[in-house]
Design a protein around this ligand. Structure first.
Ligand SMILES: *Cc1c(COP(=O)(O)O)cnc(C)c1O
Length: 386
């Protein structure tokens, strides 16, 4: 038996009752259990599992929500990125400019297409890709720009779109963490050429497994994406291009259709929790030691993560782990430092500094004030004992 299990068992019941997870999916499920079960039963009764009417209905609803003409369901957020690159015919020898401070799938999709991810640095305030750095990295081989709306806040799409327009480049938004986020009132996924979303369970709109969707208002791209996700065929057993098998399951679509109407309300809950953290930091005199996420004044942040910068981050995390406070590090290293991207060297000091300082605190909508007080109390205790 591991030491971790033993030490958990030895925690007195009083403190055990204070324990809560980093993300409590059961708290959300308990609100919508009956409806989810009805929707799953509906699909089981139909015995129609791949694409079909549930997926088509979700595609219409997501396109409407995001404000694009089309939405195309697929098997995951990673596949959404891959399919977008395939539809834009990006391949060997091509360069795609992106950020190294993100989840691996962003740059992984580019490399999987045998194109080259060109990593440029982030804005230290928002953690999002720096438009100035994008402009400086453009070469004749550049074929697209792939910004990420990291942690739930839109990248500087006005500047990015202006650069893209000057150089005639498509913009692929990695919006996996940011469904419902807005910039100047417009939703992510409708800001670039094509938007890529994930329904991984920990995203703000999470399914009961893997899933993804691609949004666009370009009818040609949309038609191509629909063909690419079914092996490159429009008509059964006729293949006009090389595609993949990447479809959204009807069960996932049915579940997501129950959740979508509640998404904005849940985002409000996340935003309220973010406000409460800021107030608690201030009240605890923590502003010297931790920096709360900064909201761009043109953006509606949906807080898939509440990521602080913390002094002596690793020691703080250790202390919080020992106190039973759940936290996560997104991300411990920028991607150009990972062996998988050893052939994509980059100079990104802001990304490297962020990787050493960031710490994500629990932020899900059902998190209570007293739980947040426990989190902030423990952080204050760490810096007081120093
Ligand atoms: C989650 C995520 C993805 C990938 O989504 P999956 O559905 O897990 O494949 C891509 N990019 C970012 C930034 C993500 O957070």
């Amino acid at each position: 038996m591991s030491i971790a299990v033993q030490s958990k068992e030895s925690i007195p019941s009083g403190s055990l009752s204070m324990q809560f997870p980093f993300l409590d999916l059961k708290a959300q499920y308990s609100q919508i259990r009956a409806e989810i079960q009805q929707s799953v039963t509906r699909v089981l009764d139909s015995q129609h599992f791949i694409l079909g009417p549930e997926v088509a209905a979700l595609e219409v609803e997501i396109a409407k929500y995001v404000g694009t003409e089309f939405a195309i369901g697929c098997a995951s957020g990673s596949d959404a990125l891959l399919l977008a690159l395939m539809a834009l015919e990006i391949g060997p020898g091509d360069e795609v400019i992106t950020t190294p401070f993100t989840f691996v799938a962003t740059a992984g999709s580019i490399a999987r297409q045998q194109a080259r991810p060109v990593f440029v640095d982030i804005d230290p305030v928002t953690f999002n890709i720096s438009p100035e750095a994008i402009e400086a990295a453009i070469t004749p081989r550049t074929k697209a720009i792939m910004p990420v709306h990291l942690f739930g806040q839109a990248a500087d799409m006005d500047a990015i779109n202006a650069i893209a327009a000057r150089h005639h480049l498509p913009v692929i938004e990695d919006a996996a963490q940011a469904i419902g986020a807005r910039r100047n009132g417009r939703a992510v996924g409708a800001l670039g050429t094509v938007g890529c979303f994930s329904f991984f369970p920990s995203k703000n709109l999470g399914g009961a497994g893997d899933g993804g969707i691609i949004t666009t208002s370009d009818s040609e791209l949309a038609a191509k994406l629909k063909i690419l996700r079914v092996h490159g065929s429009r008509k059964k057993y006729h293949y006009e291009m090389l595609g993949v098998n990447s479809r959204l399951d009807a069960i996932q679509a049915a579940i997501l259709r129950v959740k979508l109407p509640r998404l904005d309300e849940w985002a409000q809950g996340r935003r309220m929790n973010a406000r409460r953290y800021r107030e608690l930091f201030k009240a605890a005199g923590l502003k010297r030691f931790v920096q709360a996420p900064v909201e761009d004044s043109t953006c509606l942040h949906v807080y898939n993560q509440f990521t602080i910068r913390a002094e002596r981050r690793d020691e703080l995390k250790q202390f919080l782990d020992a106190s039973g406070i759940p936290t996560e590090i997104y991300y411990p290293a920028p991607l150009h430092r990972e062996p998988a991207f050893a052939d994509c060297p980059a100079i990104c000091p802001q990304s490297e500094a962020a990787a050493e300082q960031v710490l994500a605190l629990p932020i899900y909508p059902e998190l209570t004030l007293s739980q947040q007080e426990i989190v902030v109390g423990a952080i204050a205790q760490f810096y007081q004992q120093a």
